[in-house]
Design a protein around this ligand. Sequence first.
Ligand SMILES: Nc1ncnc2c1ncn2[C@@H]1O[C@H](COP(=O)(O)OP(=O)(O)O)[C@@H](O)[C@H]1O
Ligand SMILES: [Mg+2]
Length: 453
Amino acid sequence: MPNATVLVVDDEALIRWSLSERLKADGYHVLEADTGRAALERLADGVDLVLLDYRLPDADGLTILRKMKEIDPDILVILLTAYASVETAVQAMKSGAFHFANKPFNLDEVASQVERALETTRLRREVRAYHTNAARPYSLQRIVGASSAVTALRHLVARVAISPSSTVLLTGESGTGKDLVAKVIHYMSDRAARPFMNITCSALPEQLLESELFGHERGAFTDARLQKKGLLETADGGTVFLDEIGEMTPALQSKLLRFLEEKSFKRVGGSIDIHVDVRVIAATNRKLEEEVVRSHFRSDLYYRLNVLPIAMPSLRSHPEDIPLLTEYFIDSFNTEFRKKVLGATPAAYGVLQQYGWPGNVRELRNVIERAMLLSDRDRLDASDFAAMSRGITAADEFELPASGVDLETLERSLVIQALRRSGGNQTRAGALLGLNRDQIRYRIDKFALTAAS
Ligand SMILES: Nc1ncnc2c1ncn2[C@@H]1O[C@H](COP(=O)(O)OP(=O)(O)O)[C@@H](O)[C@H]1O
Ligand SMILES: [Mg+2]
């Protein structure tokens, strides 16, 4: 890989010199460092491979190796050691060293190790590019369903994709296809050749999320050893998908709003304005307008995001698509598991269509996956979905949101839903929740509900 940059780290000037001369002769760009600390600082200059001495004046090579991998997981490191024990070698490999070379080393051998290591990154990059391209067929057809709800959704997605800069807000319960739709929008738009970056706002604490999104300058905070580009910069020309936007803290909401209005931002700890062209697609399973009323979400940001709202239908609102979706998932798991399941029996469809699907299409997909793994039949049968027919909800699949829940509110909401579904019949409502009549009555009183609410 010509033009690759190699960093040579050794405290002995003579060793640095001999390695550098050889690598330069092979056509590499070479940087040098004589301490672990200097080596970490040089990473900011863009390094593809490091030749790292195991014994450094300020730290041992393994520690520096781990720190380098933290900063850049893709960086290649060849450890040079005069004390190669099996244990050191194992440790080095575990910490992500590509290889290690014994000191005193043979220059030809080191040079060919460098060449081989860089060749694997080139391959790795090509494989990655291939995967990105393979991921491209995120066409409209990936959104499966023949109901009017899903047909309307496909039309809307197609129109949104060709208005390439407006912000999109996807709302809907978990598992309804928000991630899927975000990708289809990106790959159908003329941004398709540019990056699609995706971040879940609830997954990171505020400070980390801020620096992931906006990047930071070196020294902006304790761990900011190097300058870092944020997602918005990396995605320039493409799309950033902000999942679970409802969990974003007020300070970050303001910063995001400013970005959406001005198309520019400052890195954390930075003073220059950085301009990027990025389409933002946000998603939430919360009712954002309610969060606005409760002052949990800025109303101005809500209106700014809500330029193109897309409300994802819950699966129970279009149960007529369940057979089609089931066939679609059977097909794809046939390929994945090398199976030849032909379909599902009418009795199985009966069970699947009467079930409530609190986890929406994701839950359906999981249920089909499990059935296909466990069943030996040609066609999936009702007995493969016994859990659904017993009316058990997928309690163990209920995922506690990162922000937690208010159990009382959840309980109240479940009681209300059960009463609605049973048309106000308390006994049947209770049965839906596994409660007897006294127990459901107790809760109806506790929450001051009327049977009709
Ligand atoms: N209409 C649909 N057609 C095909 N697959 C779907 C559809 N809706 C959701 N899925 C699939 O269901 C799973 C969950 O969807 P996802 O987009 O992750 O939901 P969300 O982001 O709303 O939680 C994914 O595997 C997705 O591909
Ligand atoms: Mg999602």
